[in-house]
Design a protein around this ligand. Structure first.
Ligand SMILES: Cc1cc2nc3c(=O)[nH]c(=O)nc-3n(C[C@H](O)[C@H](O)[C@H](O)COP(=O)(O)O)c2cc1C
Length: 411
């Protein structure tokens, strides 16, 4: 995959060498094109070393132009990624202005363009920037993030560049998802994140799932060419591009959304940590403290896995099992009891599994198992999705009825 990586003049440019490394780890060739302002924030020496290619920045560099013209660069790109993208470059791209090499390539390319904005939160929320964002999205340009959190200026808000790992995973997904993947034309539903079950208007029961593994699975399936529906519980993650995202809060809402879409699904990946129980009654007013002890009566939530597996035309079924002990034994029991096709098992608790960027899993199926050692969740998800695709295709050979459900309750 050939990526033109545009780097513009924001503080987050210091993360560019890390981003280049992560793109190259995925097999991408990266040609960097910097703006003049970007050179104030990161050195060409560092970028040339990590990209392995001379840096381009000047539209009027006769030697570089003769070697590979701006038009050839625009054609060479499978994707043009601008990260970080300043408010200024967004405005230049919206207006169609092309005073420099990067904007000229953006105008001249037929490849997808993705921007990862990074700026102070007031700049991001400025109506001009928001109007530009909206126009860019209407024209099919992918806007990745930004994230919310503490900023270089010392303030907090929306405008942080997404972390390089997320950008790399998303961009590689956008590019390879076009017609070459093992799940091309298949519909995959992925559920992700926790659910929240209300106790009263201000309190709820939830769990520690971050949604990171589920989101990574959704991106990996999209990268394999699948049409992905991501049904997400409340998480603190930017919505991925290139898929249909349905946001839900409760287990019942996740159940309803799943059944609304599952009729078309070849694969159902239930990566969500769905609540097993919810309060029998939700108090209409905030519960006041009175007695020393108090009880909350709980009732079972609908079991999404069981309900999907019981469908007449159930998709191929893979379950995820998050356990704190006897991980493989419990996971195999789940595989057999629920008649799943695969189970992805991992250990959680003691700082392992939940809300981390790394994970290690063991995948089980009727006649086999495969261990995946600790790796970034995005890398792990790609390997697990590859394995699912292989098992799915094998099952398709044995049974012409499409049947794949992936179930997960761990992130
Ligand atoms: C120290 C410093 C930090 C800056 N950080 C950002 C930033 O994070 N995001 C942004 O949109 N602009 C930022 N700017 C403003 C841009 O550098 C300026 O708008 C510039 O014209 C962008 O040019 P370019 O988009 O061609 O790189 C910063 C400027 C300075 C002096």
């Amino acid at each position: 995959m050939n990526i033109v990586l545009g780097i513009t003049g924001g503080i987050a440019a210091y993360k560019a060498p890390d981003l280049v490394r992560r793109l190259r780890e995925r097999g991408a060739e990266v040609q960097i094109v910097m703006t003049v302002s970007a050179e104030e924030f990161v050195t060409t020496t560092a970028l040339q070393a990590v990209s392995g290619r001379p840096i381009r920045s000047n539209l009027w560099d006769k030697e570089a132009e003769a070697a590979m013209s701006h038009i050839e660069l625009a054609r060479w790109a499978d994707i043009v990624l601008v990260a970080p993208a300043t408010a200024e470059i967004m405005a230049r791209i919206v207006s169609g202005a092309a005073p420099d090499l990067l904007t000229t390539i953006c105008l001249a390319t037929e490849a997808p363009i993705a921007l990862a904005p990074a700026m102070n939160h007031v700049m991001w929320n400025n109506p001009a920037t928001q109007a530009n964002r909206e126009l860019l999205e209407q024209r099919g340009i992918h806007i990745l993030g930004p994230d919310t959190g503490s900023q270089a200026c010392g303030e907090t808000g929306a405008g942080r560049m997404l972390d390089p790992e997320t950008i790399a995973a998303t961009v590689c997904g956008l590019s390879v998802g076009k017609g070459k993947g093992a799940l091309e034309g298949r519909t995959v539903i992925v559920t992700a994140g926790p659910t929240r079950e209300a106790i009263d208007p201000v309190r709820y029961i939830t769990n520690r799932s971050s949604g990171k593994m589920g989101y990574a699975m959704a991106r990996a399936a999209a990268a394999q060419g699948a049409n992905v529906v991501l049904i997400s519980g409340p998480v603190n993650l930017p919505p991925p591009t290139g898929m249909h995202v349905v946001n839900v809060i409760t287990a019942q809402e996740m159940f309803d959304a799943t059944h609304e879409h599952v009729g078309n699904a070849d694969i159902f990946v239930a990566a969500a940590a769905v609540a097993d129980y919810r309060p029998t009654h939700v108090a209409s007013q905030k519960i006041k403290k009175s007695k020393e002890t108090s009880r909350i009566e709980l009732v079972r939530c609908p079991d999404i896995l069981t309900s999907v597996a019981a469908l007449k035309r159930a998709p191929f079924t893979v379950g995820f099992a998050a356990e704190t002990q006897n991980v493989e034994d419990y996971a195999r029991l789940k595989l057999e009891d629920k008649k799943l096709d695969m189970v992805v098992a991992n250990k959680v608790g003691d700082g392992v599994g939940f809300d981390r960027d790394e994970n290690a899993v063991t995948v089980l199926w009727r006649n086999g198992r495969q261990e995946f050692p600790a790796a970034a969740k995005s890398d792990l998800a790609r390997s697990v999705v590859d394995l699912i695709a292989q098992n799915f295709q094998a099952a398709q050979g044995a049974d012409t009825e499409p049947r794949l459900t992936v179930l997960s309750n761990l992130d």
